[in-house]
Design a protein around this ligand. Sequence first.
Ligand SMILES: [Zn+2]
Length: 1009
Amino acid sequence: MHDDRSLVEARLKRVLDERIRPAVYPESVPLQVGIWTAPGEPVPVAEGLAAPRTPLTVGQAWGAPWGTSWLTVSGTVPAGWAGRTVEALLDLGFDENMPGFQCEGLVYRSDGTPVKGLNPRNQWVRISDSAAGGEAVELHIEAAANPVILDYHPFLPTDLGDKATAGSAPQYKITRMDLAVFDPVVYELVLDLEVLGELMAELPTDGARRWELLRAVERALDAVDLQDVNGTAPAARAELAGVLAAPAVPSAHRISAVGHAHIDSAWLWPLRETVRKVARTCANMTALVAEHPEFIYTMSQAQQYAWIKEHRPEVYAEVKKAVAEGRFVPAGGMWVESDTNMPGSEAMARQFVHGKRFFLDEFGVENEEAWLPDTFGFTAGLPQIIKAAGSKWLLTQKISWSQVNTFPHHTFWWEGIDGTRIFTHFPPIDTYNCSMKGSEIAHAARNFKEKGRASHSLAPTGWGDGGGGTTREMVGKAARLRDVEGSATVRWERPAEFFAKAQAEYPEPPVWVGELYLELHRATLTSQARTKQGNRRSENLLREAELWAATAAVRCGLPYPYQQLDRIWKTVLLHQFHDILPGSSIAWVHREAEATYATVAEELEELIGASQRALAGDGSSEIAFNAAPHDRGAVPAGGADTVAPAKGSCTAEPSPDGGFTLSNGLVRVVVDARGLVVSLYDTAAEREAVAPGTAANLLQLHPDFPNMWDAWDVDQFYRNTGTDLTDADSVVLAADGPQAVAVKVTRSFGKSTVLQTLTLTAGAKRLDLDTEVDWYETEKFLKVAFPLDLHTDRYAAETQFGHLHRPTHTNTSWEAAKFEACNHRFVHLTEPDWGVALVTASTYGHDVTRTVRTADRGTTTTVRASLLRAPRFPDPHTDQGRHVFHHALVPGATLADAVREGYRINLPERRVSGSNAVAPLVTVDQDAVVVSAVKLADDQSGDLVVRLYEAHGARSRARLRTSFPVARIDGCDLLERPQHQLPLDARGIELTLRPFELVTLRLARINGG
Ligand SMILES: [Zn+2]
């Protein structure tokens, strides 16, 4: 037979586009439109509904960037449409190629109840399934003129990302406002043809099924009278029924479709707009759930539920109803879909505490899956946190974005630093915006790496970010793909149902040990430094506030600020969302974040101050409070004592070349005339830290213009060129003892200046480095380098509740791809008997490289902390202005020293006037067992909650003692739910911890303690 395949395929495309799809709405009449534009920020629904309208005609422009307009559309269903299905078609000026990221609307009835959202792929509102004819129609649209930030030519700098700079030019034109007849048969025919046409294209041309589909499609097209599509659609559908009824083969891949909209909690829009994006999408999804009994929708991020509960109660009521019916599924059990690289130990734990608790309190639902489709890589500390929160599964999609290496598994055990394993699924469909296209379904089946052992994968289905979620077309296509020959099967399922089936069929999947590093978006560890510093500062202040408020509650009976801490935690957790903390949002978001962090700091400082004043009592002695988990001189960890004079002294000697030699008996530091550290000598060990012929504290400036994703990415080629900032404007002695000696170095480069203070303190084996930068560069990357005389093939970087090791070499493509990585408070590099730690109070990005010297064949291991970038998209002025960084270089550091110094630099001692020493509520007699939180229990019972972990990666035995009477101590999960009682003796409890084990204890106080 002659091969006419391409002829039939081209015919299908043209007839669908030009004849059949338009026939879904065979008749229409225009609606009257009135508009009112809110003068500033969005207004409450009642105010928008009540505002006076002025007439608007189709084709007219509307919508200044970020503005809100209220439209009223009204008309009458023509008498001749009696018995027909009628819909309103409301096109605000959508670009269908871009679902999300543009204008959107939420349709209300006159009584203020929501109908559904309006989105580029969702422009209809059902008026009647069977019209009477003559009925009046009136709808109201809250229309948001969110400007397009990520345009067809992506990543171009734009001022649209902040209301303050976006201007007032209208962004959109009203395109269509009609009442129309909806032909359900033609609508179904479109879906039949789309599903079969898309499936056909994925099938092998030498297989019979492809040709069966082709012939069926051809017969259907023959049956369509192009002058009477509506009259002939039933006949066309009849030709397709047979091929749609042929069942899938028994070995077909099984897809669990999960209705979904990945809504970034802020990104190319401000936080306030996310509230409305969630409301629009939820309105769509509760309506879709009501219309399609098989459909199940899933939404993560407790924060998004909390938002609509507060701001759109009428939408939330529908959500609550659908959740109760089991059709709208809260997923993930986290407060937001956070970044996981940068949040500290406690914050990562609290993401789960607050997320799970919200779902439990509101819906009685406990999630067992963590849901992080889009997060930029996953730390090796996370599995243990997921487990301790009472969850056991993880879903992520993002690893498919890795630039270099293809991840080998789609379903696997993911093992963290402590050995905890989490059953993890990485959907082979490679998207979290599946639209039920044949190509996506076929890709999932082909791509699935567990074939032969497993058969289930998951497909998050729907448009996110204001795209409106799952569409009725997707539901229609999924129904056809439920069981059809040639395709994977598709079922709507809850994430938990998918995971249960996947785990049952594949109880022993392959194992991946360590971090799930995303080989992309590495610059998110550095971009928007103020946001990152705000996060770190907030985490540290929350630790202090909880510790001192709990101590003051137990010791002085001060009321514990439960509600205030709960609120502040949620604010900090929100800002760890995977486009806020990573620095990839528009200017508006980061400007607001900076202000919010300032308010958070102010509130927490007040709390800390009030608690400490109560504890210190009256008097004029200087009392030092130590919130760190290690004793500091005479001041115990978690306690306070009078300030003792520091031991030892420092000296500073000028060198003939213009530099200085600083010494405190433990360390000798040589700063040369360029202000660079050419020697850092550990006196006791008689070891030099700085590699011969090099200088540490060297600022290096690289061009930084990635190929895509400016705020997110730094591409490897950035290292090809760079400038060492060795010219100093001045190098002067700023303090000369005896308690501290310091050298101040100023430099100028480009339009920027930097002032560094290098301080040596009496009795301290470390060099403190404070760096103030006035940063006015564009597309540059600033690093500070420490070339060390160390031979090591790996180093340790702190992550949540422990650390992980990364190689210093690039033997494999996996290692080479990790050219920028994350640390929390320290990186530690060591030979068996001597090492160096670099500790930081606020930076996360770093790199470690090695070179073997020709002169002595020694190895130089260079660690560089990443300080600043200056990408121009999406915030064209990223990081401009003043920044302050604190680092310290610790020679002769063991891992234990790295842990201790990391806490020290993040939790500086506070001094308060008073008279009382404060004994810590709890003490731990083992350096390796680190207290990460001391607080009162969230249930307001008055119990004390202590979280601690083994920080050295070794087995550890420790005794926890309390300084108040205790009735019992229970081991708990992260949500502070007791799991097992621990044997308590007169001296407290004995703890035995595995390497990196995390333990949460609940201590019941006798008589309120
Ligand atoms: Zn996202």
